[in-house]
Design a protein. Structure first.
Length: 294
């Protein structure tokens, strides 16, 4: 299987929970169908930050992976984020997702403790060497506190099963250096609001939380930029960033869930301690929907 098959636009999948933090399977399936049928994405990134993953017990993480694969079948690509500070959980999830038939794995850099690079390198090699699959590094320094250099990414890429990176950072100098140094590896843009410049620098795709509701514009930005129609792409990016600014000002995940509800999708509640939308946020979400998505 060639790595080129993973290129494209991926929604970082939101997950529907009930008020007690249990998985709302019906709602999750509706979110997935919305992404496939209306947002027309190339794939789903399952178990990431957008899926509220790091607040969940292992059994719910597994259930989300199972339901996503069952609903998608082979219609679009699936990447399973299995990273965890508990490496044994990460290995367990890696094996589970691989057995389900996920197209690739991803793993966030180990966080909270100040791990050395050698520890980080061992973490990635241990996870991916435990399965017959391929892995995309999930680099999100502003949440993990883990910054890596071009040379350190290169050391990780020495393992041929580590095929790329989800680059969720604003360091576009590093992005350019990575693209030049490792042209055969996949790079996914991780900041929706910075898609256009990331595409100019040569990323192979993008993975975004707002794609759950704004996937059509994400595709337009990607295609127009690749075609060299920068002015047209910039106009779409402007509208997208107006939408993102409004969403961020109202609470990222609660607002996207409310926007999905306005599309008729049972997106449920956020997982505590994350708060679900209050009445004011719901009212603002209706205005955002009217302004940008209706």
């Amino acid at each position: 299987m060639k790595n080129e098959d993973l290129k494209g636009i991926y929604s970082a999948l939101l997950v529907s929970f009930d008020e007690n933090g249990n998985l709302n399977e019906k709602g999750l399936r509706e979110i997935i169908r919305h992404n496939i049928n209306k947002m027309k994405v190339d794939g789903l990134y399952v178990g990431g930050s957008t899926g509220e993953n790091f607040m969940l017990p292992t059994d719910i993480k597994k259930e989300i992976l199972r339901v996503a694969k069952d609903e998608v079948k082979d219609q679009i690509k699936l990447i399973a984020q299995v990273g965890s500070v508990n490496i044994y959980e990460a290995i367990e999830l890696a094996k589970y997702a691989t057995d389900l038939g996920y197209d690739a794995l991803s793993a966030v850099t180990p966080f909270y403790y100040k791990f050395s690079f050698e520890e980080i390198k061992d973490y990635y090699n241990t996870i991916i060497n435990s399965v017959d699959n391929r892995l995309v590094i999930y680099s999100i320094p502003f949440l993990t506190g883990v910054d890596m250099s071009v040379e350190q990414f290169g050391e990780l890429f020495e393992n041929e099963k580590i095929i790329g990176v989800k680059f969720t950072a604003a360091d576009f100098y590093l992005l350019e250096r990575l693209r030049k140094a490792y042209p055969e590896h996949l790079i996914f843009a991780g900041f929706d609001e910075m898609m256009l410049p990331a595409i100019v620098l040569g990323v192979d795709g993008a993975i975004g939380s707002t794609f759950n509701v704004n996937g059509i514009r994400a595709r337009q930005i990607f295609n127009l930029t690749k075609e060299g129609k920068i002015d047209e792409a910039l106009e779409v990016q402007h509208v997208t960033n107006d939408l993102i600014t409004a969403i961020l000002g109202n609470g990222l995940y609660p607002t996207i869930k409310e926007l999905l509800k306005l599309e008729g999708v049972d997106s449920g509640f956020c997982h505590k301690p994350m708060a679900s939308a209050n009445e004011k946020q719901k009212s603002v979400a209706k205005q955002i929907y009217s302004n940008y998505l209706a």
